[in-house]
Ligand binder design. Structure first.
Ligand SMILES: Cc1cc2nc3c(=O)[nH]c(=O)nc-3n(C[C@H](O)[C@H](O)[C@H](O)COP(=O)(O)OP(=O)(O)OC[C@H]3O[C@@H](n4cnc5c(N)ncnc54)[C@H](O)[C@@H]3O)c2cc1C
Length: 368
């Protein structure tokens, strides 16, 4: 017997959890891993994000300045009104999932076939289907194989090591990594040390070795992957596409957590209106597309900034970053950047775990 859901979400990380947080009804959340496993990210974001969602237990470190190491100079950007933090990915996702009232299934989704999602553990039907499967966009690519174009993706890896630090630090210096960035993110008793290539060059291990060595830290287990640097169509066929799957990670800063949560909750609200019968499905697609479109300007600005960083002579790009770190530009640019996918627009999660929350789907009755 084929099990039918109001909504099927593929991907149980930031975007998928955010969509689920706005849904009632019969919802299936599918992920190939346990929720909270499979971290790719350095998990740096605005402190307002975990604060607003009620996930402060996951925060490892917070501070009110960002440090930029440029060729031959260092600049500090004070972010007093907009502190940044790092958090524990596993804790964040597990606590988030604990507030949801959905069925969960650990399975690898393979493709979408009309209103059905085909997985390695059976096929499930959904009135609304959401692809939140990250940069690979598993479902959307099953409809449009060219959907996730690697030309518009960056690539990054990082390692978490025992060490301490005060501030989130970035290095923009082509003599260290060409067309890329390096970072050092304190997270309690550890730091996350990483390297990314805006050109999507995946051969970064040597750069990470050298970087870790220069900081005097011993490299540990490595994680990472691609992250998109260009907005994709948010609706593909009958799919709502969210988070990295829809290219919603910001170019240049590579900040993808805040957008995934922000667009995820917005998408969830629209999907719920469809499920409730308040909005025809076609109108739901249109409304989500229009919502994402209203934010396109920010992606253009960030893509241009990334291009400028890569194309301008280093002394000029370094000088520009320096100017942005200081007044008067800082006071104009930082608040505008923060207002995009503003943490204050996130909807707090329900404070108590409902008894029915997080049912693991028993597969005995599903169609294999
Ligand atoms: C090295 C690195 C560092 C980064 N650092 C930061 C940072 O500090 N701050 C920031 O804001 N952003 C950062 N990013 C970007 C950020 O990680 C992403 O933008 C963010 O994770 C997007 O969330 P998502 O939910 O859309 O996708 P993901 O987090 O990629 O989640 C996708 C989910 O889908 C699941 N999935 C995938 N395929 C299938 C399948 N076939 N079947 C079932 N489930 C599937 C996965 O298991 C996963 O749980 C970084 C990225 C990288 C690579």
């Amino acid at each position: 017997m084929l099990i039918r859901y109001d909504v099927i979400i593929v991907g149980g990380s930031f975007a998928g959890l955010a969509v689920a947080s706005r849904l009632r009804g019969r919802v299936l959340l599918i992920d190939k891993d346990e929720i909270g496993e499979g971290q790719t990210s350095a998990c740096g974001t605005l402190l307002g994000v975990p604060q607003r969602l009620g996930l402060m237990e996951s925060v490892l470190h917070a501070q009110d300045a960002l440090v930029f190491h440029l060729q031959g100079r260092t600049e500090v950007m004070h972010t007093r009104n907009q502190p940044f933090c790092t958090f524990d990915y596993g804790r964040f996702c597990r606590d988030f999932a604990g507030r949801l009232d959905v069925e969960m299934l650990r399975a690898s989704a393979q493709r979408v076939d009309g209103d059905r999602v085909v997985t390695d553990r059976g096929t499930f039907a959904g009135t609304c289907i959401v692809d939140a499967s990250g940069w690979r966009a598993i479902l959307a690519r099953s409809l449009r194989p060219d959907y996730a174009d690697r030309r518009w993706m960056s690539y990054g890896i990082e390692t978490e090591v025992v060490s301490r630090g005060d501030y989130l630090c970035f290095w923009y210096d082509p003599s260290l990594v060409p067309r890329g960035v390096q970072w050092f993110f304190p997270c309690g008793s550890h730091v996350r040390v990483g390297v990314a290539s805006y050109a999507g060059d995946a051969r970064l291990r040597g750069h990470l070795d050298l970087f870790a060595e220069s900081l005097g830290v011993a490299k540990a287990r490595i994680h990472g992957g691609y992250f998109p640097a260009g907005l994709r169509e948010p609706v593909v066929g009958n799919l709502f596409v969210v988070g990295d799957a829809a290219g919603q990670c910001l170019p240049f800063t590579g900040e993808g957590i805040r957008p995934a949560l922000y667009f995820g909750q917005a998408c969830g609200d629209i999907v719920q209106a469809v499920v409730d019968g308040r909005l025809p499905l076609e109108q739901g697609y249109l409304r989500y597309r229009q919502f994402v479109s209203r934010h396109r300007w920010m992606y253009r600005v960030m893509a241009l900034s990334q291009l400028a960083l890569l194309r301008l002579p280093v002394p000029i790009s370094s000088r520009l970053i320096g100017l942005i770190c200081r007044e008067p530009l800082r006071g104009r640019i930082l608040p505008g950047y923060v207002r995009f996918a503003d943490p204050r627009a996130l909807i707090p999660l329900p404070p108590v775990v409902r008894q029915t929350a997080n049912r693991q789907l028993v597969l005995a009755t599903s169609e294999a």
